[in-house]
Write a protein that binds this ligand. Structure first.
Ligand code: NAD
Length: 296
């Protein structure tokens, strides 16, 4: 049983930390927010007063924070107090460049490091069924895998430093684009007098099949568990989709890749967000698509 420190106990980090405790790990946790610390305490974690205090003496540290600047700030604080040979894992979704800088910092201090962003949302975090996409050397990945298995079902080694973040933003660019495509198809079907169920039955078993349609259908009815049946409560908020599509665009620019549909998807989600819908599930983009009909 390793001593594990967990920093960032929000919507994702809170239940992930709770699963480490449930699996019998000795966990020391920290978050800036009182309510999150109290929740972690009632889930069975020991609470530290600072990130540095949590990290002292830990063999493994996990961070789950909003963006690259938070991750670099916390890693700069904790890495110098950790023992040589300790392991640091970042599960946040951040830009590839910050992830690489974080790995370099850990390497300078003789620590193993893995970027391991997740897919599966808050439901997957609670149920310990997340997919982890990992970047780092073989040795670091081998050390991180048993820890990540406490919180997830699929642990994929994608390559060297930053490769996990690269996989995550490529995946979410597909997701953003495909959700808009499925929404456009339903909006067109409505205008053509075709029922939601008829389109679903055909497209879900034909060449239009995709996750945005079959697991996360943006109209109520065909997939009873999708947020469309729950007034588009997230789920995965549109503001987070804007964040991920922006990370994809930044990476595409830096790498010289052409992603015209990714760029358009970013613009569409940004407009939805600017209209005050950042807190709406990203499948709610169908409402925005329907409204565009009156404008074009
Ligand atoms: P969140 O905002 O709920 O949680 C982030 C937590 O980090 C907060 O509790 C905040 O207080 C804490 N924090 C920020 N700076 C800190 C610091 N310096 N020290 C200690 N704690 C600090 O966000 P979330 O939904 O848990 O998402 C976390 C990450 O996971 C993000 O990068 C997000 O993009 C990614 N992600 C989220 C989802 C989702 O469905 N929510 C799905 C996949 C990936």
């Amino acid at each position: 049983m390793a001593r594990i420190a967990f920093i960032g106990l929000g919507n994702m980090g809170g239940p992930m930390a709770a699963n480490l405790v449930k699996a019998g790990e000795k966990l020391v946790a920290f978050d800036l927010v009182d309510a999150s610390r109290n929740q972690a305490k009632s889930d069975g974690a020991e609470i530290a007063d600072t990130a540095t205090a949590a990290a002292k003496g830990a063999e493994v540290i996990v961070t789950m924070l909003p963006a690259g600047r938070h991750v670099l700030a916390v890693w700069n604080e904790v890495v110098p107090v950790m023992a040589k040979g300790a392991l640091i894992i970042d599960c946040s979704t951040i830009d590839v460049e910050s992830a690489k800088q974080a790995h370099a910092l850990a390497e300078r201090h003789g620590m193993a490091s893995v970027d391991a962003p997740v897919s599966g949302g808050t439901g997957g975090a609670k149920a310990a069924t997340l997919t982890f996409m990992c970047g780092g050397d073989e040795k670091s990945f081998a050390a991180a895998k048993p820890v990540l298995e406490r919180m997830g079902k699929r642990i994929v080694h994608c390559g060297g430093a930053g490769a996990g973040q690269a996989a995550k933003i490529c995946n979410n660019m597909i997701l953003g684009i495909s959700m808009i495509a499925v929404s456009e198809a339903f909006a067109l079907a409505e205008k053509l007098g075709l029922s939601h169920q008829a389109l679903f039955e055909v497209a879900s078993t034909s060449s239009g099949q995709c996750w945005s349609l079959t697991s996360y259908c943006p109209v109520p009815g065909p997939v009873p568990t999708s947020p469309a049946n729950n007034d588009y409560k997230p789920g995965f908020a549109s503001a987070l989709m804007v964040k991920d599509l922006t990370l994809a665009q930044d990476a595409a620019k830096a790498a010289g890749a052409a992603t015209p549909l990714g760029k358009h998807a970013q613009e569409i989600y940004r407009a939805f967000d600017a209209d005050g819908h950042g807190g709406v599930d990203f499948s709610g983009i169908i409402q925005h698509v329907r409204e565009l009909a009156g404008k074009s």
